[in-house]
Design a protein. Sequence first.
Length: 620
Amino acid sequence: MTGSEQTDDHEVGCLRILATTDLHANLLSYDYYSDRPDPTVGLSRVASLIDQARAEAEKTRASTVLVDNGDSLFGTPLAELPTRIGDPTQAAVPLAFDLLGYDAIGLGNHDFDFGIDVLSQTVAQMDCSVICSNVRALDPELSLPFSTTTIIHRDLHLGTSTRPIRLGLLSVLPPHTMKWGAYQLRDKVEIDQMVTSAQRTAASLRDAGCDLVIALAHTGLGPHDGEDDAENALKPLSMLTELDAIVAGHTHLTLPDGRHTFAKPVVMPGAHGSHLGIIDLFLTHSAQDGWQITDHSVDLKPIIKRGPDGTVQPQSPEQQTLTEALAPQHERTRRRMAQPVGGTAQSLHSFFSFVAEDRALSLAAWAQAAAVRPLLQNTVAANLPLLSACAPGKFGARSGPSNYTDVPEGPMYMRHVVDIQPFPNELRAVVVDGAQLRDWLEMSAGLFNTIRPGKGDQPLIDEDRAGHNFDVIFGLEYDIDVSAPPRFSSNGTLCDPQSSRIRNLCWQGAQVRDSQHFAIAVNSFRIGGGGNFAVPQNATRLPLPSVRVRDAICDYVAGRLPRDPLEDAPYPWRLRQMPQTQVDIFTGPDARAHLHELDPATHRVAGLTPDGFLKVVVSL
């Protein structure tokens, strides 16, 4: 060994991992639903942070790797443009990722929303590696458009010399993706459990000569993350000795957050382009032990900060190279979203979805029923009452204070339809009895915290439950008693058989009987098992042709579908009154324009929170 090599053995090199996740195709700082700029989102702003982080690394002679952790290929009208109209040019997301020089992309559950064929078309346009380690084809003849793993080679600076290092990357996503995308994936692929798959794949990467193994784990923290089939398995993944660092995602949180600790470096950079995640791994090398991590640091770089009053303070400008490259697709997307559909005589928004009437939800439910009703003729459900189940698609929470449906009174355009129905779900119909119907609603009512009567300062919504799992079933009437504990846990198991939150469940003024049967129009996500609802997943299904919920809404607004009788039914649900009890809800600041819709005697505005939400105190 030479003297210089002996010196290098004791020198420290740095490998910098730059990470994004859950972009949902927010490539530009633009809200296509309201047709206006939005400085709180956008890969174009993260791109400036990437440039800065790379420049810092170059000064210190650190090597960099840029990765994305899934749910980034689709999600905004800009990303859907090529797949919707057959555009032969490079799609927006591949173009953006190529321009920024991504090294690898792990897949998330929403990347399968349009099916294997569309995913293949998108991935084929990318120069970087696209990986997923726990999705396997059932048919050996089916060619999946991604690799199981990838190995990235870098030269790491150690003092005056450099040494090659091999970085193995694996990627896992929740097995629940099979349920959520069942109509696209059934009989085509299998999805292995994340922890066992990651452990096995990491070992194979070690055997292949990798010096480090990094997991792009499209999963986060959750109440059931210790279970083998948990949707959020970040904790057990972080305990695997085979992994050196983890990029997490899926739950739209930011890590590190000062509250959670892990056995190894973990970063989760928010969602929609809110943050750039940075993991710095400091390494030494010796002939005996090879590469060893001696220290690490984990950081988050936000594109904005918020003042004490919740106001936005931009921290990162848009990168002009990216905005200029995407300008043609951006303008074409705006034109497509400006196509007229019809009109609405009142505003449609989701600011108060969990305490009051959501007229946007009502419109979607009516459209679903109007599209399904004629298709049930000459079926076993022809003479059954038809109901319609809908849940809000945009409700703030972890997606931020601007993530609400907000359609103004007046003309409606295509952008408003997508605002009401942001996901590409298809229509389905099932038959259930009264007992199943009640359990369906009980599962939905698990969204709420258990509220103590006569108390105040109580958040109404359980932050561990997703608002898109709050099914409202139109055509019924019922009260929700939030003083009772939830009957079902978030994973669908019966946790309190004696509890019942659903009270006074009625159809056309009469109590629903357990033996009574109903047909229900519902979307494919719920039928496929999305949200862990056992009833719709196991209910008797009715054959329907392929119809997207968005198309049904367009046809209903345009008058191509007849007015549905559900329009004459009262709004389905209300919170059961609890005297001298107050709860807190958190909504978008634009809700101020609609506060007149709430009873002034039952609510009080408490100002903006540090993260930009409008706090409203509601008396029950």
